[in-house]
Design a protein around this ligand. Structure first.
Ligand code: C2E
Ligand code: MN
Ligand code: MN
Length: 405
């Protein structure tokens, strides 16, 4: 299918203009053979390129471009499909914006249009051209250092569960994973993640359970979570636990049970955060909002987990404001390469900043993801990059340290 890809990137400092011209000449031949049109804009620092052609050839060309060491911070801005070409002439053309005024460049790009219908200004691809030519930089375009400029060095501060804690008769266990602020070198909270006795996932633990049995299992498991947290001597450390929203709505006195277990284990409500997954909340929002009031009234903080995964996120913020949200891994994964993820994450940050809701990002696996999100204004992170969930207690944290140049 006819495919259009637009990306932008940053030219490496050590690439000369002559190398650039050679690159364009080579690309012109390659694109011609692949039936691909490339229009490349260069403003002295950044590239902006449109690639148009059959999906089978455009995508491999784009993948090769992403891997090209002559530029970095490649961000995909648009991937779109169309019935016919906007730009018929294949090959590669370079416009150096320093040599032309912006209107002339736009007009030239428009003149190249071979679409049956005249190219119109509300075409998304053309809008991207216009923005790049006129504004140059968009606010979300962050220059992140390369991943290998950081080392992640584990501290020696793992806390192992005492042996006595693992011979409890409960039918569940918890793994612990820290939420950290890497630059403050601070553990913000420890999340307790449900596991079967064999160490399998929450999904496995809940498999086969429905209705009240499911909600009871969810609630009762928190008794074990708080007991394990107590055995770890959390002190004043914040502890996060997960609950299904319907556990709170369906089980009478659920909030009382949670409070009682918190107290019984020498913890205080103010150090506990309950995380809810957003997608399940929306069906009975009023009842859920009432249950949240009870939690808040008891001093327990509330977080919306997997924010952005369901359709309910924004509606939820309109109805009640949690103390924090955790942006889901689906939006975080490769955020440094994706213009659409960047735009969405920035909108979430903006919205939560207005509401003074703390924003954290979960599922960070790559240094680039972390650095992009730091640049965007997030400072709290959870993910394998820093620490994996640990069944044996609180794991050591691998803190980022800038390598000497
Ligand atoms: P969650 O609350 O978002 O927890 C984080 C999940 O992401 C955990 O999966 C963790 O192992 C995983 N994770 C953390 N860092 C990374 C990373 O860098 N990459 C990847 N790919 N994954 C990462 P887990 O433990 O399988 O839990 C899945 C979900 O199950 C949790 O997501 C939470 O929503 C739910 N859950 C966990 N414990 C409980 C519980 O006690 N009750 C209920 N109702 N749900 C729970
Ligand atoms: Mn969670
Ligand atoms: Mn998750």
């Amino acid at each position: 299918m006819l495919t259009t890809i637009i990306y932008r990137s940053h030219l490496r400092d050590d690439v000369t203009y002559q190398m650039l011209e050679e690159m364009v000449a080579a690309a012109n031949i390659k694109n011609g053979q692949a039936n691909v049109t490339g229009i490349l804009l260069f403003n002295g620092t950044h590239f902006f390129q449109l690639l148009e052609g059959p999906e089978e050839t455009v995508v491999p060309i784009y993948d090769a471009i992403c891997a090209d060491p002559r530029h970095y911070n490649v961000v995909e801005l648009l991937r779109d499909y169309a019935p016919s070409r906007r730009f018929g002439k294949t090959g590669m053309e370079l416009f150096d914006l320093r040599d032309h005024n912006s209107e002339a460049v736009l007009q030239t790009v428009l003149d190249k249009g071979t679409s049956k219908y005249q190219l119109i200004y509300d075409d998304r691809a053309l809008q991207f051209f216009q923005t790049f030519v006129e504004e140059g930089e968009k606010e979300n375009y962050f220059e992140i250092p390369s991943a290998d400029s950081w080392e992640f060095i584990a501290d020696g501060n793992a806390i192992a569960l005492p042996a006595s804690a693992s011979d409890n008769p409960a039918d569940c266990r918890f793994a612990f994973q820290p939420l950290i602020d890497p630059f403050a070198r601070e553990i913000v909270a420890i999340e307790a993640l449900l596991r079967t006795p064999a160490g399998d996932s929450p999904q496995t633990y809940f498999a086969g359970l429905t209705g009240d049995a499911l909600y009871q299992a969810d609630l009762q498991s928190k008794k074990v979570a708080f007991a394990m947290a107590a055995a770890l001597n959390l002190g004043a450390q914040t502890l996060s636990v997960n609950l299904l929203p319907m556990t709170l709505v369906e089980i009478p006195h659920a909030v009382e049970f949670i409070l009682q277990e918190i107290n019984a284990n020498g913890l205080v409500p103010e150090q506990v955060i309950v995380e809810f997954t957003e997608s399940e909340i929306i069906s009975r929002l009023d009842e859920f909002t009432r249950a949240v009031k009870l939690l808040k009234g008891a001093g327990i903080r509330v977080a919306i987990d997997h924010f952005g995964a369901g359709f309910a996120g924004l509606v939820l913020l309109a109805q009640f404001q949690p103390d924090r949200i955790k942006i889901n891994r689906d939006l975080i994964q490769d955020v440094h390469k994706s213009g659409s993820r960047q735009a969405i994450v920035q909108a979430i940050i903006k919205c939560c900043t207005s509401l003074e809701i703390a924003v954290s990002a979960v599922g960070i696996e790559k240094a680039e993801e972390w650095m992009w999100l730091e640049s965007a204004g997030i400072s709290q992170f959870q993910g394998f990059l820093f620490a994996r969930p640990d069944l044996g207690g609180i794991p050591a944290v691998a803190w980022p340290e800038k390598k000497e140049e």
